[in-house]
Ligand binder design. Structure first.
Ligand code: ATP
Ligand code: MN
Length: 478
């Protein structure tokens, strides 16, 4: 007999049919009702054993977390909460779970704080919350590929080990196989000419520069890969290893770039609404329950499902950085000196400012454009005012910056003088500058932090809880 997935049995199972399911025991009540989960859905299937006719040594081994195979007949359920259940004919124990250890961890759901679970590698995956998060994470990854594929983009694999340290997106991790204790030295410094690649190399912080080369030949490309930033910022929105999606499109200007971003983010939100209903509902209810225990001021103004619908149904507010500074200067918290950081044209907006704009002033996703050149990367296109660049940041409620992008500087002379301003040697990026020498065209792109998007669609408030194995300062245990 072939094993059926619990998701399939629950949605298509015919009463009267024989069925074989395998999974992990979530609970075993009254020596009679086994709740089994196999990861195919957040829902458990209920298997009912007629304990009087069962070998007691087998029944004893049906403990929470143990793995079992259950053969039986699909029947209409007598109890509330499920339409069908399995009338068990045969149970096979596939893997025992030591009841004492289970008692210490698995059986104390109240202790399953998200922090505690981060230290329980295997158990974390077995919980409803993380099951839902990781199923949704998968669905979003798939939706991203589908979105781009449907629009004729090519998925470009940019390198993870890079030789250019001029990308300027953040602190980098050095990759070397030189002897860490006694590296070869030359003039008092480590001699990287003897290293594997004959030069210092790092883990990538962004695939953008390489993606630009792809876009300027293939037209429209996107990357979707891991990126690494050795930033020592222990926040709820930063990881040392995270995944980024970076589309890059030839002939697009800033307006096209904003339109693409907005369509893309809406598509993802709609995809989750359409395809992840059970998991989304679970996370929604979980949040409602958590909120009910918080003071009113800390509760979400809109619940999870409504937040997704809101993103799909409403246009993002678009305004320039300069306009945003004016809005902030007119704001109540500014006048009452409630902002911790000052507001002045030229500052890098702090998260308190971004949150004010998104959550208080506009109450919707916001796209800020045309930032001062000094606070943005060298490759962003210089505007005619000479002071600002064609940059855009997308700010989301509860998350802050979710996307950063720009129209790129396609003019070789302007790009070179920008690099000089930023102290970036031309020799480092000769391969990048070449694109501006041979048929350069306007082009634009952006980077979406995958985990920030997963936070948004799951309602999780710590970025560590939306990635299977978080990497943060002082933390890479498993
Ligand atoms: P932030 O100001 O939040 O640190 P950033 O300006 O460094 O972001 P970019 O370099 O523009 O971000 O990267 C593009 C996107 O990647 C960001 O909009 C964000 O969604 C995501 N991102 C950046 N840094 C991290 C990180 N350390 N962990 C997770 N996601 C990140
Ligand atoms: Mn950063």
């Amino acid at each position: 007999m072939k094993r059926e997935k619990i998701a399939d049995v629950l949605s298509n199972g015919q009463v009267g049919n024989d069925v074989l399911v395998k999974g992990w025991v979530r609970s075993f009540r009254a020596n009679r009702f086994i709740a089994i989960n196999d990861g195919s859905t957040i829902k458990n299937i209920q298997a009912v054993v007629d304990f009087e006719n069962f070998d007691e040594t087998i029944l004893k081994r049906i403990t929470t977390a143990s793995a079992i195979a259950v053969k039986g007949k699909i029947v209409e359920s007598q109890g509330a909460g499920q339409a069908i259940e399995i009338e068990v004919v045969d149970v096979e124990i596939l893997g025992d779970a030591n009841p004492e250890e289970v008692q210490k961890t698995v059986m104390q759901p109240r202790k399953h704080g998200l922090e505690f679970l981060r230290e329980q590698a295997h158990l974390r995956f077995r919980t409803n919350t993380f099951g839902a998060v990781f199923r949704i994470r998968h669905a979003v990854a798939y939706a991203i590929h589908k979105f781009f594929n449907d629009q004729g983009f090519y998925y470009l694999h940019t390198p993870i080990v890079t030789g250019s340290d001029a990308e300027g997106a953040g602190e980098m991790f050095r990759v070397t196989n030189l002897d860490p204790v006694n590296p070869p030295m030359l003039d008092g410094e480590v001699d990287y000419s003897q290293d594997f690649f004959g030069k210092p190399v790092n883990l990538t912080v962004s695939g953008q520069l390489e993606a630009e080369l792809g876009a300027l030949a293939l037209g429209q490309v996107y990357t979707f890969g891991p990126t690494f930033r050795a930033e020592n910022s222990n926040t709820s929105r930063h990881l040392a290893e995270f995944w980024m999606i970076e589309p890059e499109v030839a002939f697009n200007d800033l307006k096209d770039n904003m339109d693409l971003t907005e369509d893309f983010l809406k598509y993802i939100a709609q995809y989750v609404l359409d395809n992840c209903a059970d998991d989304l509902q679970f996370l929604h209810d979980r949040e409602v329950k958590e909120d009910s225990q918080k003071p009113t001021a800390e509760r979400n103004e809109m619940n999870l499902i409504d937040r997704l619908k809101f993103v799909v149904e409403n246009e993002f507010k678009r305004l320039t950085y300069t306009e945003a500074i004016e809005v902030l200067k007119r704001s109540k918290p500014y006048k009452k000196k409630k902002f911790q950081y000052d507001v002045e044209w030229g500052i890098d907006l702090q998260s308190e400012h971004e949150r004010y704009l998104v959550e208080k002033e506009f109450k919707c996703p916001v796209i800020l454009t045309d930032y001062p050149a000094e606070i943005k990367a060298f490759y962003m296109r210089q505007n005619d005012d000479g002071k600002t660049v064609a940059a855009m940041d997308v700010l989301f409620p509860g998350i802050g910056e979710i996307v950063g992008g720009s129209q790129r500087e396609e003019r070789l002379d302007v790009l070179k003088s920008k690099m000089a301003d930023f102290d970036i040697p031309e020799e480092e990026l000769w391969w990048y500058l070449d694109t501006r020498k041979f048929g350069t065209v306007p082009h634009a792109g952006f980077g979406l932090g995958f985990e920030r998007m997963i936070m948004f669609v799951t309602g999780m408030t710590n970025i560590r809880d939306v990635i299977p194995f978080p990497r943060t300062p002082q933390n890479a245990e498993f």
